[in-house]
Design a protein around this ligand. Sequence first.
Ligand SMILES: Cc1cc2nc3c(=O)[nH]c(=O)nc-3n(C[C@H](O)[C@H](O)[C@H](O)COP(=O)(O)O)c2cc1C
Length: 194
Amino acid sequence: MIFETIVTTVAQDARVHVAPMGIRDEAGLVLLAPFRPSTTLENLLASRCAVVNYTDDVRIFAGCLTRRRDWPVVPAERIASVRLQSPLSHSELEVERIEDDDVRPRLFCRRIFEQTHAPFRGFNRAQAAVLECAILVSRLHMLPWEKIETELKYLTIAIEKTAGPNEREAWNWLTEAISAHRAGRDSSNPARSI
Ligand SMILES: Cc1cc2nc3c(=O)[nH]c(=O)nc-3n(C[C@H](O)[C@H](O)[C@H](O)COP(=O)(O)O)c2cc1C
């Protein structure tokens, strides 16, 4: 099972990096698998730690894919890193073991501290639609336009029926990136297929 989260890391020059990333549980450890090249990977290899943030603010997912990476962070509790300012909860991780790979290394991390900040209020279809649209945006360069159009049409139903202001803002950022891609001026930041 894969959980979509926001991973925060810090570079050696103290620059903060915020990136959406799918994580898995593997025998009690958190498995992170960033595709090369990746700033998250570089920071993890250098600092040996990261924070996994669990958030329902889908603007952060959409924002990171559309060059809006400047999200508020605060220092982590137990590691030399940062977490998002307002996640639902977060886990502070230390890298325990690395399986290196030219394409997608696997980093097995130990949770050394966890904290809950706000309750989970339930599933929202518009949030799921924004996540699906973010994945679409990350694959724009490899998908035929007909597929993008069909998926957008379906996802729009959940946005129209169930979105709040954050979901609408995130959706607008993503659909702008898709329009720009269609018009041939790629203003999104689709790094690679996920
Ligand atoms: C929901 C979601 C899940 C993602 N999961 C991964 C992942 O598991 N591995 C990965 O390399 N990129 C993943 N991405 C794409 C990265 O967030 C994006 O490419 C990012 O720029 C990673 O590169 P960076 O570490 O240089 O920021 C995901 C994107 C989204 C929207």
